[in-house]
Design a protein around this ligand. Structure first.
Ligand code: ADP
Length: 524
């Protein structure tokens, strides 16, 4: 009977064991031995503990020693070292007197259930993360006014989100996912640029394009797309993933800015022109007025004189008197001209110390936009420790600006070589500070060279022909020279030199005493 019972216990679908109240095992069935690989002897006493996962052992021991029914889930080591989850159920065993003599337990494999639970838990977590990510993405898309796209355009699979369709003014689900339909949505004027960007993406894998789209209601919106292009094994693109953002507002602001900058530029150049014309106009009016008076006096007196001489008898005294008045008016006219000339040549130059490097940098800074627009490459070779000169900084800057503008104008039609402008300063062997402006412009021939510095000589449509003649008189007023030479290659170099100022460096608390500056007289 006992043998029969033991055979039944050995075939039960579970691991059966008995233990004394202190947790010492005294029996295990064959299933336990087969599973753990431990013999009956090895399993008895504390030996069974070897088969229990270290993390699960303390709670199991605690329950065993409580000598009451319990249930637990523990990991048991299989003979090959692998742990599997088991459910444990144990009941106390009573002896004949009814006292607790130990307990008897059954363990069964719940590994598959545990795995399912784990998988379900992980999936749920993944789903929650996905949902959170989606919410985050929606939020980001809304905040950035941008929408994600994932477009398998070769297979014509439309994976545009409804928001993406909204960017094109389309109702949800109405975009058919074909390249041709997309092209129809893009503004025809911008399509070549889009194609160009796609070609670029085919080489680099990077998508970056800005283009207008025309909504079904006719309104125009700016979109900016950026993302990645993916290629199949044969190198053909099949998928584009990225973001499209509505940048209409940004574009509008940019456009307004550009317009206002253009208007500003136009106003500035008009102002410059008007100032030039006005100053010349005002000058002409004043010359006309000042010279006209003595001239009309001369004409009146001369005709009176003629009449007096023609009389019979001739009124010689009267004629002499009117001739005297004619001479007086003639002198007056000459005086006017002399005064104007003195005004123009402005003999008294403002005496300040001028750093030509600094003056040049300021002029360049003012003209940078003009040069950029004219695609002029600017280089400077400004000498270190350049001595200063004495003079009128504003006038000298007028000269530099004039040379810069002339060079820039002379290069505006040049397209077969770089438009290069080089500003160079140096101290020459004669102790004169030199500034040269070298360009690669159209240049001029020998005949023109003689006329360049004449007033009113110009080859430009809107030119005044005063720039170089005024510049020369300014430089000469600084005891300097201004001249031009053709380059070896294309273009010309304009150059001026002014004697340096020796600074005595007798610095009073108020600064440099200008009276102590001396110009070095021109040598030779
Ligand atoms: P404007 O610039 O009004 O014509 P300027 O006296 O400054 O008056 O220049 C006179 C002329 O000299 C120009 O019209 C141009 O023909 C010629 N010129 C001046 N600078 C250069 C240059 N860097 N290269 C070629 N020609 C020049």
């Amino acid at each position: 009977m006992e043998k029969e019972l033991s055979g039944v216990i050995d075939t039960l679908p579970g691991l059966v064991w008995t233990a004394s109240p202190d947790g010492q095992v005294n029996f295990v069935n064959r299933q336990w031995r087969d599973y753990t690989g431990l013999s009956l002897k090895d399993s008895c006493g504390d030996g069974w503990q070897m088969a229990v996962h270290a993390e699960d052992l303390p709670q199991l021991l605690e329950r065993l020693r409580a000598s009451s029914s319990f249930e637990a889930e523990v990991r048991l080591r299989r003979f090959d070292g692998e742990f599997r989850w088991f459910a444990v159920r144990a009941n106390p065993i009573a002896d004949e007197s009814g006292a607790v003599a130990g307990c008897c337990g059954l363990n069964w494999d719940i590994e598959d259930r545990k795995r399912r639970e784990k998988f379900l838990g992980e999936s749920k977590q993944a789903l929650e993360t996905l949902q959170a990510n989606q919410e985050l993405l929606d939020l980001a898309q809304k905040a950035a006014r941008a929408m994600a796209f994932d477009w398998y355009f070769k297979q014509k699979i439309n994976t545009w989100s409804p928001q993406q369709e909204a960017l094109y003014g389309l109702a949800p689900g109405t975009f058919d996912g074909t390249y041709e339909s997309w092209q129809k949505l893009v503004h025809p004027g911008d399509w070549p640029g889009v194609v160009e960007s796609l070609k670029h993406a085919q080489q680099t894998g990077i998508i970056a394009a800005e283009y207008r789209v025309v909504w079904p209601d006719g309104s125009i919106h700016w979109l900016a797309a950026s993302g990645r292009m993916f290629f199949d094994d044969e190198g053909r693109p099949f998928r584009m993933v990225g973001f499209t953002a509505d940048v209409t507002r940004r574009k509008m602001v940019e456009e307004e800015l550009r317009h206002s900058e253009e208007a500003l530029d136009k106003a500035r150049s008009e102002l410059a022109h008007v100032t030039r014309v006005m100053s010349l106009g005002a000058l002409t009016a004043s010359i006309a007025h000042e010279v006209n008076q003595p001239l009309s006096g001369i004409i009146t007196n001369a005709s009176t004189c003629m009449r007096m001489l023609d009389a019979d008898p001739p009124n010689v005294d009267g004629a002499r008197e009117t001739a005297r008045r004619t001479i007086r008016d003639g002198h007056r006219a000459a005086d006017v001209i002399a005064r104007l000339r003195a005004l123009f040549s402005k003999k008294d130059v403002t005496s300040e110390l001028v750093d030509l490097n600094q003056a040049t940098r300021e002029v360049i800074a003012l003209s940078r936009r003009e040069l950029e627009r004219n695609r002029v490459l600017l280089r400077t070779q400004l000498a270190d420790n350049l001595p200063r000169v004495t003079g009128d900084r504003v006038q000298l800057q007028q000269v530099i600006l004039n040379l810069l503008r002339n060079s820039s104008d002379a290069m505006s039609a040049v397209n077969d070589r770089p438009r290069e402008l080089v500003f160079k300063t140096e101290l020459d062997d004669d102790d004169r500070v030199c500034l040269s402006v070298r360009d690669t412009g159209k240049g001029f021939d020998q005949q023109t060279m003689d006329q360049l510095f004449h007033s009113f000589y110009t080859t430009k449509d809107g030119g005044m022909g005063m720039g170089l003649s005024v510049s020369r008189s300014i430089i000469e007023n600084h005891q300097g020279r201004l001249w031009a030479t053709p380059n070896d290659g294309p273009g010309v170099t304009f150059m001026f030199s002014i004697p340096r100022t020796i600074e005595t460096h007798e610095v009073s608390p108020g600064g440099i005493d200008l009276k102590d500056q001396k110009r070095i007289a021109r040598k030779g």
